[in-house]
Design a protein. Structure first.
Length: 199
C-alpha cells in the first residue's frame, strides 16, 4: 500500500479521545487512535499531531460565561497537554515510537517545542505530538495546526472530527491558503486515516 504523502500534520479533535463518554479521556478510544497512527507510520509516513482539548475544557465557552478569555485559553492549552500525555502513552503501548512536545514548557512532563528537534524526531520515524496550542491565548488549536504544518513543512493537514461539518476556523483556513497548505477533513472511523493518507 502506497501513501500519497511523506509528511502530514494530523489535527485531532479532543472529543475523539472521549469516545462514547463525551467528556474526559476514554482509554479504548485513545488506543484506537494510536493504532491508526501506528499503521500510517508503518507505511513510512512522518506524522505530526496537534490535539484539541474540547473533551476537557473550552476556553471560548468559559469566556462566554464570564471567565477572562486569556485565562480560559490557558486552561484549554493545559487540556491539550493532558490529551497529549494520554495519546503518547497509548502510542507507546502500540510499540509506536513517539515524542510529546509542548508549547508551554513543563520539563517533567514533555519536551518543549523546538522546531529542529521536532524535525529530527520526524526524520527518525517518531510520531510527534505537538500539544499546548501555540502557547498563546486567543489562538485556536486549528491555528496551532496550521502554524506547525508550516514550520515542519507538512504536505497536508488531515483534520479528523466526529462530524464532517467541522471545517478549519476562518483564521486558520486563511493562514493555510496563504501558505499553500492543503487541508483534508475526514470523519473519524476505523480505517479512515489510512484512506486519507492514500488520497
Amino acid at each position: 500500500m502506497f501513501a500519497k504523502y511523506k509528511r502530514v500534520l494530523l489535527k485531532l479533535s479532543g472529543e475523539l479521545l472521549a469516545g462514547s463518554r463525551k467528556y474526559g479521556i476514554d482509554p479504548s478510544a485513545t488506543e484506537q487512535i494510536a493504532r491508526e497512527i501506528r499503521e500510517v507510520i508503518d507505511l513510512g509516513v512522518e506524522v505530526g499531531i496537534v490535539l484539541g482539548g474540547g473533551n476537557i475544557f473550552r476556553g471560548v465557552s468559559a469566556a462566554a460565561n464570564g471567565m477572562n478569555r486569556a485565562t480560559g485559553d490557558y486552561i484549554g492549552m493545559l487540556a491539550t497537554i493532558m490529551n497529549g500525555v494520554a495519546l503518547h502513552d497509548a502510542l507507546e503501548k502500540q510499540g509506536c515510537p513517539a515524542r510529546l512536545q509542548t508549547a508551554i514548557f513543563m520539563e517533567s512532563v514533555a519536551e518543549g517545542y523546538i522546531r529542529k528537534k521536532a524535525l529530527h524526531h520526524l526524520h527518525k520515524g517518531r510520531a510527534v505530538i505537538l500539544a499546548g496550542g501555540t502557547g498563546n491565548p486567543y489562538f485556536s488549536t486549528d491555528t496551532a495546526a496550521a502554524l506547525r504544518a508550516a514550520e515542519l513543512n507538512a504536505e497536508v493537514i488531515l483534520k479528523c472530527t466526529a462530524k464532517l461539518d467541522k471545517e478549519m476556523d476562518a483564521s486558520a483556513a486563511a493562514f493555510c491558503a496563504e501558505n499553500k497548505i492543503p487541508v483534508v477533513t475526514y470523519k473519524a472511523g476505523a480505517g479512515n486515516l489510512l484512506k486519507a493518507i492514500k488520497g
